[in-house]
Design a protein around this ligand. Sequence first.
Ligand SMILES: *Cc1c(COP(=O)(O)O)cnc(C)c1O
Length: 379
Amino acid sequence: MKRSDEFAGVAPTGPRTRMADLPLRRELLNRTSYLAPQPSVSIRMNTNESPFPPTSQVSEEILVSLREAVTSLHRYPDRDAIELRTDLAEYISRQTGVPVDFGNIWAANGSLEILLQLMQVFGGSERSALSFVPSYSMYASIATTTEVEWLEIARDAEFSLNTDKALAAILEHTPDIVFLTNPHNPTGQSMATADLQRILEAAPGIVIVDEAYGEFSSVPSAIGLIDRFPTRLMVTRTLSKAFGFAGGRLGYLVAAPEAIEALKLVSLPYHLSALTQAAARAVLRHADEILGHVAELTKERERITRVLRHHRFDVVDSAANFLLFGRFTDAPLAWQHYLDQGVLIRDIGIPHYLRMSIGNAAENDRFIEITQLLEPMGP
Ligand SMILES: *Cc1c(COP(=O)(O)O)cnc(C)c1O
């Protein structure tokens, strides 16, 4: 079997070995690991993180909570994370206006762990999952590494999702799992509740609505539809983006209580460390203050959109904290141009387009300066 040298490695002892020499599971053959590079650059705009570190007040509160949690580190954490889930439920009820309690919430190490648990509960080798691409690359990765058959349906030329075509694809393929992202990644587009409702009515299995960027959008959360579709609608959320807690790793599921109980069947006992639970609760106590940045980022997003369009770049309307923009004759070359100037953005492999995460005002100014030196592709 011929394998690329990317898989080559040197064993600490013994001869040169390659990943292909390992008796890997079939699903892992020819796969690469998550590809977002993490070089050290002065301006990072590639993974949609918040550009704002915790304020000294929030840091202090996290440290106080951690100090207290440390006194019990000889014990396993609360396996059910009841207090944290209660705080999350309180936040969700407030943010969306839909009353939920801790029985509607399951928390894990990032929403990616939630997605993995959803695949473990609803996937398996007899099942299929469908996504409308381009979409978040981790969906395919998590589905296929858990033996779920992966189906991709292309979005329209302008990246939008045509609901009639989506329904036709769902009726044709009858996927057990449908992935939707609202606002969508990598385009930033949002989906109207009526369209989501039609998909929920047509889907034969579960529909995962990933609301990682929900706080940035003015479209109502899908959480309001859980009562109508209790056995099928799974809404994932995270503290990684709007809450600026990407390094803390905390994501959660909002769903009917039965679905939460089902996730407990696959969740590893004590999966969420006492330190994570304590830090996340401290952050949630400052939700209003931290989410104050959302308005600022939204304003910056609109400013960048205007300037780029003025310079004849195509910018997809975004309801999130990032922009998909182009068109470049050679997107990888343009990406390198930004990197050479110390700005890391994202090339997700969409021809002629790049994605940038909204930074603070100074970072955005720098991004705009560099962009102005580039030529958009002709019509
Ligand atoms: C960033 C992102 C996530 C977040 O994953 P976490 O594990 O919560 O950090 C989930 N879904 C999408 C579409 C994202 O862009």
